[in-house]
Design a binder for this molecule. Structure first.
Ligand code: BGC
Length: 252
């Protein structure tokens, strides 16, 4: 199957590799997402095998968009903050393409994919100006879009905020590890947001990642200036953004 208006997206995360056909007119999945546990260790070859298995479970034979929790430049993974270190300098586009019998593959950063999806279909779809998305999970991912155009690989989770890397201060994994209350954690998130908004002046900040499902417990506690809204696409944003990337959202 490879039909106009549809594209296949795969989101590679620390615990699961998830994929589905996406209807690009609506940003909705055309069927239930397919999920396979991320192999451990999550080495490039093991993950590529999992991706091939996942695609084989669908009847999709067209190009595929794939996210990685890494800086991705011209299809090459340059960092590996929360995935096996062997990804650094791996030509991910070539690796996945070989695993998928030579078909066209686009690889992009996971937060960039989520940002593209929220910008077109989700929480930022009516925002005209500068949109910043931050995903709070094991680390902090970021995406920056101006009038719908993505500036890839922003990596704001690694900016230093008051002497500490932002994701070591305010990822949701820090809340869990230190057993912080929403109030205490929101204080840390606020510090990160103030640093970023003073540099970039976004019109809106979209908060994504699993903890955005509990947004009502912590977004009202934030003390920064820019409006913060919860992501809408929840656990499909990465898949949808990956599918958009194949469709020309970013250069393959
Ligand atoms: C990585 C980013 C990634 C984010 C969310 C960060 O540690 O550096 O590339 O987008 O985690 O997975």
């Amino acid at each position: 199957m490879s039909t106009r208006g549809l594209a296949f997206g795969i989101d590679i995360g620390g615990s699961g590799v998830k994929g589905a056909v996406v209807d690009l007119a609506t940003g909705e999945l055309a069927h239930d997402r397919i999920k396979i546990a991320t192999p451990q260790p999550s080495t490039p070859n093991a993950v590529a095998e999992t991706v091939a298995k996942l695609v084989a479970q669908s009847d999709w034979d067209g190009p595929v968009g794939i996210t990685l929790p890494s800086v991705v430049v011209n299809g090459i993974a340059r960092t590996a903050a929360n995935i096996d270190k062997a990804w650094v300098d791996t030509d991910a586009r070539q690796l996945f393409s070989l695993a998928l019998d030579g078909r066209e593959v686009v690889v992009l950063n996971d937060a960039d994919a989520a940002g593209m999806a929220e910008d077109r279909y989700g929480a930022a779809r009516n925002i005209e100006g500068l949109v910043m998305l931050l995903t709070f999970g094991t680390g902090i991912g970021s995406a920056l879009l101006y009038h719908g155009t993505l500036v890839p690989n922003t990596e704001f989770g690694h900016i230093e905020v008051k002497g500490k890397e932002a994701e070591h201060r305010a990822a949701s994994s820090v809340k869990e590890r230190k057993d912080l209350s929403y109030k205490a954690w929101a204080g840390e998130v606020t510090k990160v947001l103030i640093t970023l908004e003073n540099l970039l002046w976004p019109d809106v900040i979209v908060a994504g990642g699993g903890i955005s499902r509990d947004a009502e417990h912590w977004i009202p506690l934030l003390g920064n200036r820019t409006p913060v809204v919860a992501a809408h696409l929840k656990n499909t944003a990465g898949i949808v953004g990956a599918a958009m990337a194949v469709d020309g959202g970013i250069a393959p």
